[in-house]
Structures are given as structure tokens and as C-alpha cells.
Design a protein around this ligand. Sequence first.
Ligand code: ATP
Length: 590
Amino acid sequence: MTDRGGPTANETWRELRPYLAPLRAHAGLFILGIALNLLAFSASIGLIALSGWFLSATALAGLSAATAFNFYLPSAWIRLFVLVRTAGRYGERLTSHQATLKLLSALRERAYRHIEPLSPAALQRYGSGDLMTRLTADVDALDGLYLRVLMPSIVALWVIVGCGVVIGVFAPGIGLFAATALLASALLGPWLAWRRGQRHSARWQALDAQLRGRLIARLAAFSELLLYGRWTHERDTLLAAQRQRDAEERRLARLWGHSQLLTHTLLGISVTVTLALAAWLVDAGTLDPTLLALMGLAVLAAFEAIAPLPKAMQDLGRLRHAAARLNRLHAELPGVDYPDVDRATPGDARLKVEALRVCFDGIPALDDVTLAIASGEHVALLGATGSGKTTLLNALLRFVAPQRGTLSLGGAALDALSVPSLRQAFAVAPQDVHLFVASYRENLLIAAPEASDATLIELLEALGLGDWLASQPAGLDSYPDEGGSSLSGGQLRRFGVARALLYEAPVVLLDEPTEWLDEASASRVLAEIRRRCRGRTLLLATHRLRELDRFDRIAVLDAGRVLEFDTPQALLADARSRYAALRRRTVIAS
Ligand SMILES: Nc1ncnc2c1ncn2[C@@H]1O[C@H](COP(=O)(O)OP(=O)(O)OP(=O)(O)O)[C@@H](O)[C@H]1O
């Protein structure tokens, strides 16, 4: 069954099925929610039906003065029904929403747990806005599956049966007709709504996800876009995307209107026919006339349970699309396997890289790279942009999976180390330093929870961030702007370096730590890094030549290959070396 090229019912079921399994963990709450919902509906039907009967009976009792009529008992029942209906509704909202929120948090945690090991290698094709949308909007959309599809469908079915039974007690034929008419309405309206609406609602979800993703990305780059005069263009693109989504929303609203028309027409027909049948039986003398209103009103009350179904089914396309996006993320494999427990233990902090080859889309970023770095040695990785420095650091961190070659730390293969051991082995300052939404102190204490304020301040001052810290309104208690825009590029890098230096790992990996700095500040920062890394293995990626003579060795990378790897003195002494040539050029230039 397809909708003009839309997904089949089977496809929808396949995408949504994984989200039914977590229901089991909160089955008790869901069943309670359904039971309370049913109780509220039963009370509602009872209230309306009894009121109808009561009015008819009172009127008829008034007409025949001889009849003794007890007003008190039905009034007491009516009051009871009102109370039960209100309490049932309240209890149902409380339990079903609690169950749904618990489910959503479980789904979000499940998605996050899956995403975390994918980072960064397998996540590179997803933008951060896209990931954020999957974790938030897509997971949130799935609450509709429980709250608007499953629960109301189960309740509607029981209400239909209940209504048929209530009427059937007095007139089995009319009870059967009412239940059949209600069932037909409960199937026809929602089926049509699903058929006509699922494609649009899936499209709405896709456009909304796209818009959110773009919005997050553009807002993150807002200052740059403004600076380069691109903001107006980007804003117009965003507005156009919003208009596209809104057009889809209007289409959905129109379809919803149509399904409402159909539902209410069916309701009208069902009530009219029920009343006509009842009137016929009254006429034939086989039905008490006081029950006439009860029957019509019972069908009317039962319809309340059916009314939300078309909209829920129309939204199934949206749910399917959200589920499919999450499923795609769940199907993503980390690309890197980490053992659960260590299969080897590093003896010291020496690093060995042998015949390493890393490719992106078949193109090698590193090829046949071999390096042996002694424990405690300080090595500068020198190379032009794109030469493979970051890729080498990422390979050591196992953020990328090599196509060939081996990597080891202290004699232990890196792929034999569990994630905690691997993360304990390396302190890292990447190029894109991330600041968490927390105070600067908390951002630093992630690396060294026991560090005192004096230690933090001394380190920041040593890295030339003393003036910056003094300018912060609450010092270490100040909060960065989102994305770290309250720090300049150079400050942010040094903040990242400070965090890496605080982390007591035997190996320190720094990616372009002196980028954006003037020569004097860069020299000072490099000297501080070397001093604080004494006794630790240091690998520092850079394309700056100054100050490298103080490193133990320099590895020169070019187009993914190690051109030379030796002490600065040996490289300078070799007139044919690339390092010597680069240094000569720098001297001439300055
Ligand atoms: N995730 C990726 N997907 C595709 N290509 C990549 C990816 N990461 C790196 N590359 C490519 O691999 C090569 C090496 O990149 P890498 O970032 O390691 O160089 P780099 O020397 O660190 O450069 P920079 O100094 O600019 O950071 C480049 O050609 C780059 O485009």
C-alpha cells in the first residue's frame, strides 16, 4: 500500500519497530495510563448517556404524573461520573506523560551512547546542527508514537467495544451497528489521513530538520558571516527554507481539515442512523423511549476517542522520517573497534608508528609513515597545511582507522587498549578547542579536578592569558560565550593547551598550539610547553619554523609522507634537507 510513491505500511512499520521495544521497560506506567484513559472515557460515555436518559426520563415522568420518579439516584451517578472523568483524565495525563518522558530520555541516551564512539571519524559527514537535530527534534517527534498513535488507538478500540456493549445491553442490533460504524470511522478517517498526509508530514520533518541544522550552523558562524557581508544572503536562504517548511505545514493543515470534515460527517451519519434505529424500535414498542437519547449520546461520546486518530495517522510520515534518520545514525559503525578491556599494557611513553596509511575517500592523507619516538622525547611535526599532521595525531588517538600499518605506545599496540586506557595515555589540544557551557574554572578542571585556583591562574599567566583573565568580569568564574567567541583564536588555542598541560598523561599531543600568535608570544608559549612537558612525550604539530631548534627531533611531513626525521642540528647540517632549506628561506625573508 503506497501513497503515490510514498513508503509502504511495511516500510513505516520497519522504521518504527525499534522504538516499540523500549516500551517494555515502562510497560507498567503505559498500561496504567491506558487504564486511566479508559476509565475517563467510560465515565464520559456514562455521564453523557446517563444525562440523556435522565433528561428523557424526567420529561416522560413529567408527562405522566402517575409515575413515581427517583431523581436522586441518577444525579448521584452523574456526579460520580464527573468526578471519575476528571480524576481519570488527570491521572492519565500524569502517567502517560511521565512514561513518555522516561522513554524519550532513554531514547536520547541510547542515541548519545551510540554516537559517542562514532566521534569523530564516522561523524564527519554529519554537521553538528544535523546531529543536534537528530538528538533533539527527531527523538522528540517520537513521543507522538506513544502519546498520539499507540495509546489513543488502543483506547479507541476499547471505547468502541464498550459503547457497543452499553447500547447492546438494551438493543443488541443497535449496539452492533454503533460499534461497526465507530470502527469504520476509526479505520477509514485515519487510513485516508495516513495515505494522503504521510508524504507531506515526512517532508515537513525533513525540511524542519534541515532548517534547524542550517540555523544552528549559521548562528554559530554569525560573527564571521556578518564580518564578510554574507549574513543577508544566509538570512534570506534561511527565510526561504522556513517558507518552504511553512508551505508544507499549510498543506498538512488543509489535509487535517479534510479529515475533520470526513470524521464529523461519519459521526453525524452514525448518530443519526443510531437514533433512527432506536426510534424505529421505540415505535415498534420493543425499546423503552427513555433510552433513545442515551443511545445517540453514547455514540457521540465514544467519538471523542476516535477524533484524534486521523491527525495521529497523518503524522505517521513525520514519525517515520524521524525514526529513519535516527536508525541511519544507529546503523553507522564506529569504523574503529575498541576492546572492552586492555589486551596489553604500555611499558612507557614511547611511540611507534610503522608503515601507516590513512585514506579519506580512497585518497591517502598519510602514506607509509614510520616514526619511532622515545619516551619523554619532544618532537615537532612540521609540514604545510594538508600535509597530514592532524591525521597523524588523530590516528594515534584512534579517531581515524588506518588502512594499513601499526601504532603502539610503550610496546602495546594502540588497538589493544580500551577507551579509558587510551584516553588516559594522551593529553590533547586539538585545533578546534571546545569550551563547555560552564565557567572557565570548570572547563579547566575537567583535565585536573584537584587543581587549585592558584595553579590554574599561574598556568594561564604562563601561557600569556593573564591579561585576558584579569579582563573577565568574574575571573575563573566567568562563563564563555557559546562556542568560545569570547576568546580570540589564539586565546582559545592557548586555553586548550592549558587544559592539555593540566591533564597528567604520559603523552601530550598539541595541534598548532601557537596558531594566531605573534612571534614573541609564540616563542613564550612554546618554551612554556616544553618546560611543562619535561619527562613526557610531546608531539607538536606546527607549520611555524621558529623555536623548533629546541625540540629533540623534527619530523618534516609532505603530502602525507615523512620526508625527514632527525635532530634539528642534523637537519640544519644537511644542506639538502627540507628543514634547512625552509630555515634559509625564513632567514632571507626576515
Ligand atoms: N575527514 C576527512 N575527510 C576527507 N579528507 C580529509 C579528512 N581529514 C583530512 N583530510 C585530508 O587529508 C589531508 C591531510 O589533512 P590534515 O588535516 O591531516 O593536514 P594538516 O597537515 O594537519 O593540515 P592543517 O595544518 O591545515 O591542519 C588533507 O588533504 C585533508 O584535506
